[in-house]
Structure formats: C-alpha cells, structure tokens
Design a protein around this ligand. Structure first.
Ligand code: SF4
Length: 470
C-alpha cells in the first residue's frame, strides 16, 4: 500500500498549538531525564559498556545470516517453530493463520513496536480475532483508538483526567481521580482477558542465538502473563534483535533500563527458551517465533545506515530531543518517533514519503550522547539530509541560499565584504519585527529573531586580527 507523504511541519504545528499536550509531554521528558542521570552516573564504566554494546551489535549485523540460522536451530531444538517472513503483510498473514486456527480467538498482546510497525491488530481483527493490548498505556490507546506517542511511554500525551473519562466511558465505571484506582480498573478488565485468551503475542527485546532464548523486558508483568497463560505464544521480532551469546545479555540488560526508564533493572525480565517442557507447570504448549525482514536487509546492506539497526528501542533519544519534546510523537507520522524515528522511518518508507523527518532535528547532538548503544544519530541524520538534497528534495530557495552561503564562507575576503551588509539587514529586521520571507519564515514563525551582537566574532577574536595582519 502506497503511504502518503509525512508532512512533519504541518503535523507539528498542530502539536505546538496544544499547550496541554506540550506541558504533559514536557513534564514526562523532564522526569525521565531526572531518573536517568543518577543511575547512569553511578556506573563508572558506562562509556565502556556503550562501546561494547555498539561493537556487539555491529558485529552481529555483519554476520546476521549466521546468527539467525543458529537462533533457528536452537529454537527448533527446544521444541519451538520458526517462521521467516519477508514483510509486514506476510507476518500478518502468518500470525493471523496461527491465531484463527484456535478455538478461542481472544488474543492478548504485550507491547511491541514491531507489531505496531505492521499494524498487526487491524490484521488480526480482520481475521475475526479479538485483540487486547495488555500494557497499560497501550490498552488505554486501544480503548481511545489512538496511536503511541513515545517508544516506551505510549500514552505519555494522555492526562490523568482524560484517562479517567476514557475508562468511565468505555468500561462503565465512575470517573475516578486517583491513579491507583484507575490502574486497578484496567487491571481487573485485563485479568479477565488473560484468562480467556488462547494466544499470547509479544515482541522480542533480544534473541540469543547461542541458546535460542528470547528475552522480553517489561515493568508491568503483563508480558509474563501473555507468555505463560495462553496455550500458544507467538513472538514477533525484526531480524536485528538477535545477539550472539547469553554472556552479552548482561551488558544490554545494564544499559537498557537505565537509559529507558532510569531504573537499575526492569521489574520483569523473562528469558524464554521454547514451549513448556514435560513436567513444567506453566508456559505455552506451542511457541512460534516470527522473524521479520520488512526492509531491514536493505538497511543492513547500506554501510552507513546499518548502524541504525543497532537500536534497542530504549526511547532515551526521544527524552533528550528538544524537537520531540515540543512536537510529540504523532508529528512524525510513524510509530517510530524522535531522532531514531527520523532516521529509520525514511529508511523503511522511503525518502519520498518521509524525507522531511531528518530535518526535524536541531542537531544539538544530545541524542548521540545519550544512546546506550552509541548510535551516531546526528551523523545519520546529516547523511539522510544529504541524500534528500541529492534526490532533488531541497527547494530552489534552499539550494540558492546554500550555494550563496558556501561561496561566501569559502573566501575570507567575500565574508568580510558581505558580513556588514547582512548585519545591517539583520539589525533592521530584528528592530522592526518584519516577518522574514520563505524559507527564513519557517524559523521565525515560532521564534523571535534576536538582534545581532555589537561586534562580530572575527572582530572580537584576537587571533583573527593577528591572522589578518600577517
Ligand atoms: S537510537 Fe539509541 S537512544 Fe534512541 S531508542 Fe535506539 S537505542 Fe535508544
């Protein structure tokens, strides 16, 4: 299906016009950052761990075929079944076939960005299944018919009042104003669904090739119920989720919760190797792992962009991004938002669809610094911007401006000639507040143009003067 072009500027204007939305997201982002800082700071070897994780991921991505085949062998040996799927449509068909072949068509699902990526719920519902999201945030969004606004905090844009009204309207309970009570209402409704479900679907945080173990990390216990109560467990993963050895897992489990939620350890870490064995009291009778490409092989073959597949979906780059904080996830027009979304959405959907997203960044570098697997996000954003321009995606005004800029900055004589004229114009515009013409209007639409400094950098910098005297 052909995707419409993502109009980030238009989408973000809507978010910017909603002060309540902005303040609740900002509050959550500040809180995340406050939690992350001390638990990251207490690990002396944090930088070394990031470097190690980065290398493990890049090594695995260079040997994906080998590790994925090893993973398949181990899962089959443990009694599980593996399904290889090329794209989202095929993944949907395989999972729907597995789900609808059961008597009980209630499907419980724990949070999975990969399933959001392929709109799995819609596929399963079209196949006659009742699908219930069991992560609290995802459950609320499902009731509201809304989409996630953040990778790990999907309902971050919903206020407590909005949640209370939503639960009252959908579940017929009073409008409670206390968060614990609201959680209990959702929990009671979900418990009934868990007990009725024949199939549980989860994502995969890591898949260990050496042992055939899939690892699911969460804080609510809903993924553990999803993998242990229904008779069938289906796990959906992108090909990039494999890691070579169980020994590497400790590093990722140190990095992920600290960067994601500011926790030393996530509340529930489930290591699942195949279905229930003889003599075991719980666990599914069937275990299916769906390994999906959906555009990842093309990214893996791109020597520059391959690094983006190292992402462990912690969401930390969203928390520190000043653009995300103001525009909120929906503006990105994709389930993947923030800096990592601005990189991978154009790779998955094409520059013609998502070519605006790499420009949704101030390039402050905060995303690259926080990323626990050391993905150089600013470099990838710049590379994508260059590709957009090479593909003719820049307007004539931008091209003209950049050509003029390059011609001026390349020669100090030209800069000395042009700078005083620009400063005169700048001062006049700043004083009068006249709106600037396009494309500068995109900058001043939401910001004031500050007046220029009294003297330029070159005038103030003594070495520049020395250089000129030579
Ligand atoms: S790019 Fe890095 S910081 Fe952003 S979600 Fe992925 S792992 Fe986390």
């Amino acid at each position: 299906m052909r995707q419409d072009r993502i109009d980030f500027v238009h989408n973000s204007e809507r978010a910017l016009a909603d002060p309540t939305l902005h303040s609740s997201v900002r509050r959550a982002m500040v809180r995340f950052r406050e939690l992350q800082r001390p638990v990251i700071g207490e690990i002396e070897e944090w930088q070394a761990l990031r470097e190690y994780a980065h290398r493990v991921k890049l090594h695995t991505l260079s040997h994906l075929d080998q590790y994925l085949e090893q993973l398949e062998r181990q899962i089959v040996a443990a009694g599980g079944q593996v399904h290889w799927v090329r794209d989202g449509a095929q993944a949907g068909r395989v999972i729907a076939d597995l789900a609808r072949s059961r008597d009980d068509r209630t499907v419980v699902k724990s949070k999975s960005m990969t399933s959001e990526e392929i709109e799995l719920n819609q596929v399963l519902e079209a196949a006659g299944c009742e699908v219930v999201e069991t992560d609290l945030g995802e459950y609320l969004l499902q009731l509201a018919g809304d989409r996630p606004a953040h990778i790990i905090a999907p309902a971050v844009h919903k206020s407590k009042d909005a949640i209370a009204k939503l639960l009252a309207e959908k579940l017929g309970v009073p409008v409670y104003d206390d968060a614990e009570r609201l959680t209990r209402v959702a929990r009671d409704a979900l418990r009934r669904k868990f007990l009725a479900a024949g199939v549980g679907i989860t994502g995969v945080n890591f898949a260990v090739a050496e042992t055939g173990t899939i690892v699911v990390v969460e804080n609510e216990g809903n993924a553990r119920l999803t993998t242990s109560l229904p008779r069938v467990h289906i796990a959906l993963m992108g090909i990039e989720k494999v890691i070579p050895r169980l020994a590497d897992l400790g590093v990722f489990l140190t990095l992920l919760p600290r960067a994601a939620t500011g926790q030393r350890m996530s509340s529930y870490v489930s290591l699942l190797t195949g279905p229930r064995r003889a003599g075991e009291r719980d666990g599914p009778e069937e275990f299916h792992l769906v390994i999906m490409d959906n555009g990842r092989t093309a990214i893996q073959a791109d020597p520059v962009m391959r690094e983006s597949l190292a992402c462990i979906r912690c969401g930390a780059c969203l928390d520190v991004c000043p653009v995300f904080e103001r525009t909120v996830g929906h503006a990105y027009g994709s389930v993947y938002s923030g800096p990592i979304g601005a990189v991978i959405t154009p790779l998955y959907q094409g520059l013609d669809v998502a070519g605006e997203l790499p420009f949704a960044s101030s390039l402050c570098g905060a995303c690259g610094e926080i990323c626990p697997v050391k993905i150089d996000l600013p470099r990838l954003l710049l590379e994508l911007r260059a590709r957009v321009v090479q593909a003719g995606g820049a307007s004539w005004a931008e091209r003209l401006f950049v050509r003029g800029w390059v011609a001026t900055m390349a020669r100090s004589g030209r800069l000395r000639l042009v700078a005083p004229i620009v400063r005169l114009l700048h001062r006049a515009v700043a004083r009068t507040g006249i709106p600037l013409p396009y494309p500068f209007s995109r900058w001043t639409q939401f910001r004031e143009l500050p007046p220029p400094a009294r003297s330029s950098f070159r005038e103030r910098w003594p070495f520049a003067a020395v250089g000129r005297r030579r």
